[in-house]
Write a protein that binds this ligand. Structure first.
Ligand code: SF4
Length: 454
């Protein structure tokens, strides 16, 4: 079968420099069964007409659309247009939004099949079944795969390079995921994350990850890496083994990962081992400088741990992207002030400040719904980096002023207008401009159709 994947975004959106690991794994899974795959990446398109042209060239038998909530309107329109253009086309949707909101998604007739949860096994079975003319259920619960049994991600699906948030990391840069699931209960994230990946954390073996890295070294000569797990440092033994094997196998490329403040504090020596194996920078969700807000978020960390973790990471000479959330339900001006004081007291290479966004499927979404606080009507406002009003009872003008006080001159709305996400901070200065330019070049460079598709 000829399957075209759709990665929805907003046209020429320069915000996300990473591939979709999910789509790449679906692509390699179906290719293993002899099917063909191609991609339409909306981040590189200019218009719906361009999308129509791509479809006419690619002539898929199956269109497989994924979508996070923020991009669901794009996914829906993409499916509707494809159905109008090719009435025999089978359209399948999967991904986070479909998994969390199956009723909403299934109310749209343009979706012939809806795959919930993880798709590698069940989507592949569906494509096999469609090829042999068998009929399949409309809503399919994805079977959880044994991660080591999956083929390596088909990165060539995305005809583009990935870019790191830390500007000093050398290119080519790649992202890799070694596990699925998270043991924590953060209320702005759970239980949505568990609905997608299940209640238990599943890990690839270190050997499997190193095997993929060897392939990436051979094929792309990658020069830096992000291990993109939700909670890598929860399994210390795994991280230790990885650090050992990374060095033993001759890898010297610097890498980045996410860490959690309580893990950093409980095992500073682990951070030392990671640093010794090339860890260069970390992403860390400090989230708040106020304990009541950390508790509301069930972050599992204290304010003191946030400060302590910062100190430890700095002692190891690591660059830090620190992430913070303001505008939480019931948060007072003084409590926001605690977070701003925390940001200002830290020398973060990348401070990232966002407004709380109530994502469907999360505990805080349900809380906001129950209290009548939900206001988002435009799906694009589910973008957590968009500094737009998210819930009732928050003075967003005040929050924007506070945001400006943290990053003088870096008007968020301008950054957002340019399609650029997440960046926020006086320390970033020229790096930001350079990064935006790179992203623009990336789009100019990589999005024209490749020779085989013309
Ligand atoms: S925010 Fe991160 S640590 Fe918290 S539950 Fe979600 S994935 Fe886990």
């Amino acid at each position: 079968m000829k399957v075209t994947f759709v990665y929805p975004g907003y046209f020429k959106d320069t915000g996300d420099g990473w591939i979709s690991a999910g789509l790449c794994l679906l692509s390699s899974s179906i290719k293993q069964r002899g099917h063909e795959s191609s991609l339409v990446d909306f981040r590189g398109l200019n218009s719906w007409d361009e999308y129509r042209e791509r479809l006419k060239i690619l002539k898929p038998q199956v269109l497989a659309v994924t979508a996070a909530t923020v991009y669901f309107p794009v996914a829906l329109r993409a499916a509707e247009i494809a159905k109008q253009l090719m009435p025999d086309l089978i359209v399948v949707i999967g991904g986070i939004h479909a998994t969390l909101m199956p009723e909403e998604v299934s109310s749209h007739n343009c979706f012939d099949h809806i795959v919930l949860g993880e798709g590698e096994v069940s989507f592949t079975e569906l494509i096999d079944a469609l090829e042999s003319g068998k009929s399949e259920k409309r809503i399919i619960q994805g079977k959880r795969p044994e991660l080591d049994s999956l083929p390596f991600a088909d990165r060539d699906l995305f005809d583009t390079q990935e870019y790191p948030f830390f500007k000093d990391l050398p290119l080519p840069f790649v992202t890799i995921i070694s596990s699925r699931g998270c043991p924590y209960q953060c209320t702005f994230c759970q239980p949505a994350e568990k609905m997608v990946f299940g209640a238990h954390v599943r890990k690839r073996t270190v050997g499997h990850v190193i095997g993929e890295l060897k392939l990436l070294r051979e094929k792309y000569n990658f020069q830096s890496l992000m291990i993109h797990d939700d909670c890598l440092t929860a399994d210390k033994a795994w991280v230790r083994e990885f650090c050992r094997e990374y060095k033993l196998n001759g890898f010297t490329q610097p890498w980045v990962c996410q860490v959690k403040a309580n893990h950093v504090c409980s095992s500073p020596e682990l951070i030392g081992e990671m640093k010794g194996a090339g860890l260069k920078a970390v992403h860390i969700g400090f989230e708040s400088g106020n304990q009541r807000m950390l508790d509301l978020m069930k972050k599992g960390c204290t304010v003191e741990q946030n400060y302590e973790a910062y100190k430890i990471l700095k002692q190891f000479g690591l660059e830090i992207q620190g992430m913070f959330i303001i505008g939480l339900p019931t948060e007072t001006k003084e409590e926001v002030g605690d977070t701003i004081r925390m940001i200002k007291s830290m020398q973060l290479e990348r401070p990232v400040l966002t407004f709380f966004t109530p994502y469907p499927g999360t505990e805080l979404y349900e809380y906001c719904k129950e209290k009548g606080l939900l206001t988002i009507t435009d799906y694009s406002d589910f973008d957590r980096s968009k500094m737009s009003p998210k819930i009732k009872g928050i003075d967003y003008n005040e929050l924007l002023k506070i945001a400006d006080s943290v990053a003088p001159g870096a008007r968020l709305k301008n950054i957002v207008k340019s399609g650029f996400r997440f960046l926020f901070g006086e320390s970033y200065g020229n790096g930001l401009i350079e990064f935006v330019k790179k992203q623009k070049n990336r789009n100019d460079r990589v999005w024209p159709l490749s020779a085989g598709q013309k």
